[in-house]
Design a protein around this ligand. Structure first.
Ligand SMILES: Nc1nc2c(ncn2[C@@H]2O[C@H](COP(=O)(O)OP(=O)(O)OP(=O)(O)O)[C@@H](O)[C@H]2O)c(=O)[nH]1
Ligand SMILES: [Mg+2]
Length: 192
């Protein structure tokens, strides 16, 4: 079975780099922007989904302003959303609600994972500050959308890239098994 998910978030936050690292274990320092949208298929490893034979159909949405008009059409039918922001540019964190609005316009119950990418560019102190900000953010948005959790990644260093997709697999299951999700959510630290 095919499970559609979307990667969205500010231009240059690393959506395509995350996908490239997942698919081909490579990273490009000067990757070109995504024109419109890119589509990739990613095998699902979790044996609880389609007996381990499922695939993600990922839509990687170009973050440049001029492509945002197309987003509604590509978000149709997604089972999960990854909202990627760039930890080295705080403005991209501030932009997250714009992308949440896009997702909930399609369906309020779509699970959303916040992905703070480029962790290789920030200090430990900055990382801790983001963790606090994310908890505050969660408190503010928990009733407005289906926030699943957050993860910090580096596409450059292949840090937490596999983990991100493992969490995506859990998100898909979560729709079916809400109780299991309660446990996962705690694991990802958004709930005390
Ligand atoms: N240092 C560092 N650079 C990264 C990382 N991920 C991506 N980059 C760089 O950031 C730039 C933008 O990455 P992309 O993957 O093209 O970003 P995007 O979100 O797909 O951008 P759009 O397609 O315009 O929406 C590229 O030059 C990458 O090399 C990371 O984890 N660390
Ligand atoms: Mg891109």
């Amino acid at each position: 079975m095919i499970h559609k998910i979307a990667l969205l978030g500010a231009g240059g936050s690393g959506k395509s780099s995350i996908l490239e690292m997942k698919k081909s274990k490579t990273f490009q320092e000067n990757k070109s922007i995504t024109i419109g949208v890119d589509i990739e298929f990613i095998p699902i490893q979790n044996p609880e989904i389609d007996d381990g034979k499922g695939q993600f159909y990922t839509v990687d949405l170009g973050g440049q302003q001029r492509f945002q008009l197309m987003h509604d059409a590509y978000i149709k039918g997604i089972e999960g959303a990854l909202i990627v922001f760039d930890l080295s540019r705080y403005r991209t964190f501030v932009d997250i609600p714009t992308y949440i609005d896009l997702v909930i316009k399609e369906n309020i119950s779509i699970p959303i994972l916040l992905v703070g990418n480029k962790i290789d560019l920030i200090s430990k102190d900055q990382e801790e500050q983001y963790e606090k900000d994310l908890i505050t953010f969660y408190e503010k948005y928990r009733d407005k959308c289906n926030l699943y959790g957050y993860i910090f990644t580096s596409a450059k260093n292949n840090y937490n890239i596999e983990g991100t997709f493992a969490i995506c697999e859990e998100m898909i299951l979560w729709e079916k098994y809400p109780l299991q999700a309660q446990v996962s959510k705690k694991a990802h630290q958004l709930q005390n």
